[in-house]
Design a binder for this molecule. Sequence first.
Ligand SMILES: CC(C)(COP(=O)(O)OP(=O)(O)OC[C@H]1O[C@@H](n2cnc3c(N)ncnc32)[C@H](O)[C@@H]1OP(=O)(O)O)[C@@H](O)C(=O)NCCC(=O)NCCS
Length: 186
Amino acid sequence: MRNQTKESGRSDDVAIHGEITISGKVTIRDVEPDDLRHLTWFGALDDFRDTIQKNYRAHQQGRLRYLIADLQGFPVGQTVVAFERPADMPPDDGAAAYLYAIRVLAPLRSVGIGTALARAAEQVARERGCQRVRLTVQTVNTSALALYERLGYRAIGQVVSEWSYTDAHGRLQKINEPVFVMERAI
Ligand SMILES: CC(C)(COP(=O)(O)OP(=O)(O)OC[C@H]1O[C@@H](n2cnc3c(N)ncnc32)[C@H](O)[C@@H]1OP(=O)(O)O)[C@@H](O)C(=O)NCCC(=O)NCCS
């Protein structure tokens, strides 16, 4: 069998030895202790191990909600809903929740998991009494921008986001990046 399309990213002349179509139920739920060892996705997010652990602890302390997209027990997507304004967000009236670090495992993108995570985050924010959700997105992140716009978020400003993280080698990385601040009433 020969591959006929370029959509898979494979070359046209690679030999195909079998093909199945898979489906499965993805559940959006709170993070669990068992997730912690999987959240760096086999090393892909090692640079954010420290941040992930901090967010996990903050979830346990009730300071934010760490949401997981669960496929057969594995966290294939993740995001954080915070109720305290992050330093890179402009001041607001205090009625906003903040959505950040939304990520979907690369081979499972574009099937609706990011949408389900964002909608679940909005529900969590609503239950907490928030009136809107705010987020920042890099001005160059076209796929995330398209997703947020489709979900009803509108840019309310552009700022330079300054943040830092400790990478997998223990080095402090300082980031300075232009971002849109986006918002949606919930
Ligand atoms: C941004 C990100 C979280 C989106 O996650 P995702 O699971 O691919 O999002 P969805 O599948 O819900 O939506 C993506 C696209 O798939 C399409 N889609 C959604 N459900 C679909 C379905 N059932 N069938 C076909 N296409 C579908 C949507 O129309 C959407 O298209 P659009 O982006 O042109 O609007 C993901 O790309 C990611 O992890 N990126 C890297 C990390 C990142 O940049 N995060 C954002 C930080 S601000």
